[in-house]
Ligand binder design. Sequence first.
Ligand code: GLN
Length: 484
Amino acid sequence: MHNKTLAELSRSLRNKEISSEELTRLLLDRCNKFNKSLNCFISLTEDKALSLAMEADVKIKANNAGPLTGIPIAHKDIFCTHGIRTTCGSKILDNFISPYDATVVKQLESAGMVMLGKTNMDEFAMGSSNETSFYGPVENPWDKERVPGGSSGGSAVAVAARLAPAATGTDTGGSIRQPASLCGITGLKPTYGRVSRYGMIAFASSLDQGGPMTRTAEDAAMILNAMAGFDERDSTSVDREVEDYIAALEQPIEGLKIGLPKEYFDERLNPDISQIVHDGISELEKLGATVTEISLPSSTLSIPVYYVVAPAECSSNLARFDGVRYGYRCEDPKDLNDLYCRSRGEGFGREVKRRVMIGTYVLSAGYYDAYYLKAQKIRRLIRDEFQQALKDVDVIIGPTTPGTAFRLNELMDDPISMYLSDIYTVSVNLAGLPAISVPAGLLNGLPVGMQIIGDYFAEARLLNVAHRFQQVTDWHQKKPTGYE
Ligand code: GLN
């Protein structure tokens, strides 16, 4: 049962092959059993899960259920959950019980989904390996000496190890797609503004976007159907009709124009990964797609631009964690300044402090024009180049990551190499575009993802292409041994 996709679980629940309570208990047992080593959950919310499951069973019995009713899901611990600890992977929020639900959490609960728990993540979503979490690193089930990717590593592992059929994630520079790629699952980063950010603890507000992490594109479509939509409580949410993402899945992709950015396939890319992505593209060609080379010259600057813009925004967003209003407070402060300094000094981890310092530096008088303003200008060029390219092609395809999962501790003392693991993902956030990572192969037993990028609000098209790809390949069905 734990191997079933959302679509299959939905049928099993409706046909009364299993109740939501039974399914929830089964998955909670798996979570309890495997979380000890994988460490993918920060909190398991067993009581809440069982009460939601029982409510769902009443609806199913009364034939009053939607497609997601009674299906368990795990939430990244960046989403506020009413009455439940919401840590964002940080000591500074270790004792924070949220007084409200994030819109995404509410939407999925209204759709009948059952929250199993809150997943581990890099502290404040800053990281690419899940090693910056106050709650310790997460293990990759494909090889427990390797990282799952980050920052939504806990969510990716919960789905890959079959502890949850789906999870939420957030993506500021790649945090849905990169861990999805390294764990062999499907991860969709929607267009900026498509999914509400209300109650999603802010890292870099102009880049952050929540999205689904699932095993298949069809499952991602089911979750996005519930997650997408305008939210008047989020001023960056876009008031635009939500398509039925399921309805678009089966469309033929004959005539689809694919662009391959030459900058994504240069010498920085591992040649074996390049081959796997090219093999994936050939599958789409067999289905009638055509391929042309394109160029995104400014995308090579995306990492430096991102590491000016994201820290600038985070330094401002994280100012609210001051030891006064909520979260960690130091012992016996001498005065107000001591309270601020020690609460933040003791509450934040190293990577967060590094980002706050970079951010305040690039925003300070004298450096603002040289760094922040310059970065914003290049950001605009990156966006313009994507828009230009997307006039000629329907989707852009490339690798999700430059390599497979690296070893735990391998890059912890080398932040630049760590930052470079997002080289193919961050430009999409800088442009605000949607993109999906789908499993496309295995290299030395480790998963490799292929990234499909689309135009603004082209989620339906992306899911359609990904679904068609998954109908002719079985990489998304591969599972790590030991979790069958
Ligand atoms: N790895 C990138 C960073 O460290 C992106 C993280 C994210 O998308 N949340 O900022």
